[in-house]
Design a protein around this ligand. Structure first.
Ligand code: CA
Length: 729
């Protein structure tokens, strides 16, 4: 029978230790430490319900497989660790459950670590049913891991991880000299909730090992997890070791891929990827040897190139361990890969990645491309790939071993597509069952718990002419729209925007006069201007219309300017800042006249670490007249870990103005624009496989577009077509 000690630790200490397991209910760190010293196998320490602020939990001990030492919440979900808190465990047969980490951050490099020092780690221990929600370092550039699994035989299951906004993987299996390399970790039934783009490398959701130790097997199993909108970077799961199994996971609307980055002999099976057309939703990227990719279901994936539904990479001959080992002895069979943008063989082929895949068997797969296209692209010598018994539905194929024909399909009870003809034995098994939302995470925490507040999702509030705009903004709730009456509004102090808000007017009726910097975004802020006129003629030099915070921001912000007229600005219109990231900057049907600075100044990150300031910038149907610079986007560094920055400009005119400057931008499309007496378009490619298209533009008394390669050896990789050059007017 279980004894409840409602402590009085003194009394407990004086008593003889009872033979039966006991519960130690503790109310503060002092009581916890006293109990932690006394627990014996089978005992349970219960943290009393409530908030535990600045509590760094250390749990060490030797439990037994039939009698672990446990640490739990008095009531699961009612114990919240806040402030400078974390958890470290070492020993054997330990189990932690029921805790929430929220409203704070770890004082060191992990929130949960399966070790207490470099020499003391945990084995055969388990963390189950915990929540880590937005428990981020205040500066997004500072790296930590939410869960760091060291040791051997450890398990993380039935837990909920959501909203990591600073650098570093959500969960990592750390393998280093002096510690067990045969980790045999098990990561199962977890909910990996939305992770927004980080804006640099280090936004993985799971990473297993690093390149240094990737020649050995980790033996980790990742199974039955749900990954939802895990958009941190190009790698959702980064396998950097051998002998792992990744199976029965569901990847939902996530940007990025499951990447077999380093290590060999991994098994990837029975996973379901549902991209639902989300940009850059990817599948499985294959590098190295002896990988088995079997019975996976991939549907609606929009990714191309490295992020293709299946991307078999080209390798580097005699590759250093941290580059790209050639692909050899790989089997890709019985997968269903339907309604996808791309399947790429020989992805990344270039002067360095010159070794094509060898001894690859691609067989028994059911394929179809988005909109009836042929998704298969062969980008290198594919003679080392055997195609056999594959069926491509609804398109022609040039590849022998891919049988193209009409394949009527139907959605089965498991939600997945199968050929109506049950005798057609290609693609995944009929009994594949995607893991459900109810089976992952904990029952007492919503999956997901956080939602982005959309513009115009709240109330509309009328603002009378001449009102103090800052006061109206301060009273508005997230998602509200302020509707400005006709008239002039003069703003002297910058208006702080710390929630998503819209300022709206009937175009041509309401003007905001700048007395200085106008809008200042702070944590949680996003701003839409719709139909508003802004007059900067009364503002001192350098004044900006919209500026991101001067302090680090964790939430990615959004800016949208539509149907608006912005004139006589003595500084930038939209100014990004270091340690902040714009998720989107959208400009539609807007006029910019006489702007001394830059309309979209997204070059606040200047280093070579691969950080950048805006994920996506889109300009449509707008007019720029006498502006210093139209847009300036910068991303330094050479790593290939991000989808951004992305830039699009269509249907716009630029007159007597500076350039569109794009450096390190991954995707750029400029179509149907008119440049007159301006500096034109200057593109610098630094890395990866940039996709630059400059098509159907008119350049009058404006230099031709300039595309430069910093590292790539070869002609600049850009599509320039149907542009019209006019030397004189
Ligand atoms: Ca990465």
């Amino acid at each position: 029978m279980r004894v409840i000690s409602f402590i009085a630790l003194g009394i407990v200490a004086a008593a003889s230790v009872p033979a039966e397991a006991r519960d130690w209910l503790v109310h503060n760190p002092g009581e916890y430490e006293a109990a932690a010293k006394r627990v014996v196998p089978g005992d349970r320490i219960l943290l009393a319900d409530g908030e535990w602020k600045d509590f760094q939990i250390r749990l060490t001990g030797q439990g037994r497989s039939d009698a672990p030492i446990r640490l739990a919440a008095q009531t699961p979900g009612r114990v919240v660790l806040t402030g400078a808190s974390n958890l470290k465990l070492s020993g054997r047969h330990l189990e932690v459950s029921g805790l929430i980490f929220r409203d704070g951050h770890s004082p060191d490099d992990s929130v949960v670590a399966f070790r207490t020092s470099s020499k003391a780690w945990a084995e055969d221990s388990r963390v189950t049913g915990i929540v880590i929600d937005g428990f981020n370092q205040p500066d997004r550039r500072k790296e930590d891991h939410w869960v760091a699994i060291y040791g051997r035989g450890n398990r993380v299951d039935q837990s909920h991880f959501e909203g990591k906004a600073n650098a570093g993987a959500m969960l990592v299996v750390i393998r280093q000299a002096g510690m067990p390399l045969d980790n045999r970790a098990r990561i199962d039934h977890n909910y990996f909730g939305p992770r927004p783009p980080l804006g640099s490398n280090g936004g993985e959701t799971i990473r297993i090992g690093t390149s240094t130790e990737s020649g050995s097997d980790s033996g980790t199993v990742v199974e039955d997890n749900l990954f939802e909108r895990c958009d941190g970077e190009v790698e959702i799961v980064s396998v950097k070791s051998g002998g792992n199994i990744v199976r029965r996971n569901l990847f939902l609307e996530s940007q990025g891929s499951l990447v077999l980055r380093h290590g060999s002999g991994n098994v990837i099976e029975d996973n379901v990827f549902l991209g639902r057309g989300v940009a850059h939703s990817g599948g499985i990227r294959v590098i190295n040897e002896r990988q088995l990719i079997r019975n996976n279901y991939l549907e609606g994936l929009a990714g191309t190139s490295f992020t293709s539904a299946i991307a078999v990479m080209n390798g580097v001959p005699n590759s250093p361990v941290n580059r790209y080992m050639p692909v050899r002895d790989v089997v890709i069979e019985d997968n269903t890969i339907v309604d996808v943008a791309r399947i790429t063989i020989g992805a990344g082929a270039d002067a360095e990645r010159s070794q094509p895949p060898r001894d690859v068997r691609f067989a028994g797969n059911l394929l179809s491309g988005a909109k009836g296209s042929d998704p298969v692209r062969i980008e290198a010598d594919a003679s080392g790939v055997t195609f056999a018994g594959n069926v491509l539905a609804g398109a022609k194929s040039a590849v022998a071993g891919i049988d193209a024909r009409a394949v009527p399909m139907e959605r089965a009870a498991n939600g997945l597509l199968y050929p109506r003809d049950r005798t057609l034995a290609v693609g995944v098994r009929r009994d594949l069952r995607p893991v459900t939302r109810e089976e992952v995470g904990v029952r007492w925490y919503a999956r997901p718990a956080r939602r982005t507040v959309a513009f115009d999702s709240g109330a509309t509030i009328d603002v009378r002419a001449g009102a103090t705009l800052g006061e109206a903004v301060a009273r508005a709730a997230p998602g509200d729209a302020l509707r400005l009456a006709a008239g002039r509004y003069t703003v002297v102090q910058p208006i702080v925007i710390d929630r998503p808000l819209t300022l709206r007017a009937t175009p041509g009726t309401a003007t905001i006069g700048m007395g200085g910097a106008l809008f200042q975004l702070e944590e949680g802020g996003s701003l839409m201007l719709d139909g508003v006129a802004i007059d900067g003629s009364g503002a001192p030099a350098g004044s900006t219309v919209i500026r991101a915070s001067t302090r680090p921001m964790l939430g990615n912000y959004r800016v949208r300017i539509a149907h608006s007229r912005i004139a006589d600005v003595p500084g930038d219109v939209i100014a990004t800042t270091p340690a902040t990231l714009a998720a989107t900057i959208e400009i539609e049907d807007a006029d910019f006249q006489r702007v001394a600075g830059t309309v979209v100044a997204a070059h606040a990150e200047t280093g070579s670490a691969g950080l950048y300031s805006a994920e996506q910038v889109a300009i449509a149907d707008s007019r720029f007249d006498r502006v210093g610079t139209v847009a300036d986007l910068f991303r330094g560094g050479t790593d290939e870990s991000t989808f951004g920055p992305r830039f699009a400009m269509t249907g716009s005119s630029v007159t007597d103005s500076g350039a569109v400057v794009l450096s390190g931008v991954q995707t750029a499309a400029l179509r149907g624009n008119q440049f007159t007496r301006s500096a034109g378009v200057q593109v610098t490619h630094s890395v990866g496989a940039p996709d630059t298209r400059i098509e159907g533009n008119r350049f009058a008394a404006t230099p031709a577009p300039e595309v430069r390669e910093l590292h790539y050896r070869g002609a600049p990789r850009a599509v320039l077509q149907d542009n019209v050059m006019e030397t004189c007017l």
